[in-house]
Design a protein around this ligand. Structure first.
Ligand code: B12
Length: 301
């Protein structure tokens, strides 16, 4: 690592703002590319800060001073990263979602977007879902950008996406469906349900209707641990919900197929709906989808 970059890196790691500023200036003066100072110096150091926090070698105060040192370095790099007098290529409303205070990555994204000619309306941190929608409409924005760094606050992305529907992406129902599928594939049915409920029209409605019984079933089956070992339809339902929560759509489908094979009464009922919902989670291009479609067809008809 170059000497000045190493100094930027160590400065962030030690939360030494003055050292970071001096080292960034030296690197720029020595002709080091600003993107390199950013990536190898500031971002690398912050990744190491995160690792140390995880290993309980650093705590919140160390993380905080490191963040301040990084922000000081970013401020110096900003004019070099955001260049020229380019005509706005679009307007983007940007913010960190409710409950989340992390904003370094968001500021970096803002710089990059401004550098690429976007006009950015920054809402700051801890932004409630409705605020994104309100400002996007008021400013006639083309894009809404959500930032979240905590697994807990990622959940706020779902309601924010629904609230801003008219503005997100080119096809809001497709975005909402993609989000709902991703949440369901991780077994996060409680978060997926409001997203599915927000899909009221569009070509994605049919898929959303297949996924709703699955979401309902996953929510309801969280409390039937006592049947977990049994070979009854209820036990298979429960295991399907559990393996889905562990992240395996295929294993969940196998459990549901077992229910369908076991008891004819389920073939017109809930197991059929849940299985179709699970199948919907597989990508159309996924060869396993065809295989499971065939398996389902052989059980159902
Ligand atoms: C700095 C930091 C803090 C600072 C934040 C200061 C600030 N002003 O932002 C402080 C000290 C306040 C903090 C607090 C907490 N933190 Co913190 N923090 C970090 C740390 C070390 C670095 C984050 C960072 O700035 N990275 C550098 C930037 C450049 O990267 P980035 O944020 O990922 O952004 C990039 C992309 O994600 C993306 N991006 C980001 N936003 C957006 C938006 C759009 C639209 C797009 C397109 C792209 C995009 O582009 C960016 C550039 O590449 C991370 C560890 C890590 N390695 O991420 C932990 C981390 C995020 N924090 C963590 C935790 C647990 C907390 C606390 C709960 C700790 C506590 N017990 O209090 C609190 C929560 C406070 C809150 N309510 O938000 C955990 C989260 C774990 C988890 N799974 O949820 C992490 C991962 C640390 C760890 N390894 O355990 N934290």
């Amino acid at each position: 690592m170059e000497e000045t970059i190493k100094s930027v890196y160590d400065g962030v790691l030690n939360g030494d703002q003055a050292r970071v500023e001096a080292a960034v200036r030296m690197a720029i003066d020595a002709g080091v590319a600003p993107a390199k100072v950013l990536k190898d110096g500031l971002i690398e150091a912050m990744a190491e800060v995160g690792g140390r926090f995880e290993r309980q070698e650093y705590f919140v105060p160390e993380m905080l001073v490191a963040a301040r040192a990084m922000q000081a370095g970013l401020a110096l790099l900003k004019p070099l990263l955001v260049e020229g007098d380019i005509k706005a290529s679009g307007k983007i409303v940007l913010g960190t979602v409710k409950g989340d205070l992390h904003d370094i990555g968001k500021s970096l994204v803002q710089m990059m977007l401004e550098g690429a000619g976007f006009e950015v309306v920054d809402l700051g941190t801890d932004v409630p879902p409705a605020k994104f929608a309100e400002v996007a409409r008021a400013t006639n924005a083309d894009i809404v950008g959500l930032s979240a760094l905590l697994t807990t606050t990622m959940q706020s992305m779902a309601p924010a996406t629904v609230a801003s529907q008219t503005r997100i992406g080119g096809n809001p129902t497709a975005v909402a469906l993609g989000l709902a599928k991703a949440l369901l594939a991780q077994g996060k049915a409680r978060e997926a349900e409001p997203v599915l409920d927000g899909i009221k029209d569009g070509p994605e409605l049919a898929a959303a209707e297949k996924l709703r019984p699955l979401a309902r079933y996953l929510i309801a089956s969280g409390s039937v641990e006592d049947v977990a070992g049994a070979d009854t339809p209820a036990a298979h339902f429960f295991r399907a919900a559990r393996v889905l929560k562990e992240g395996s759509v295929i294993a969940a489908l196998e459990e549901m197929l077992a229910v369908l094979r076991k008891d004819k009464r389920y073939r017109d009922g809930e197991a059929r709906l849940v299985s179709l919902g699970l199948l919907e989670l597989l990508d159309d291009a996924d060869p396993q989808k065809r295989e499971y479609l065939n398996k389902l067809a052989s059980v159902l008809f």
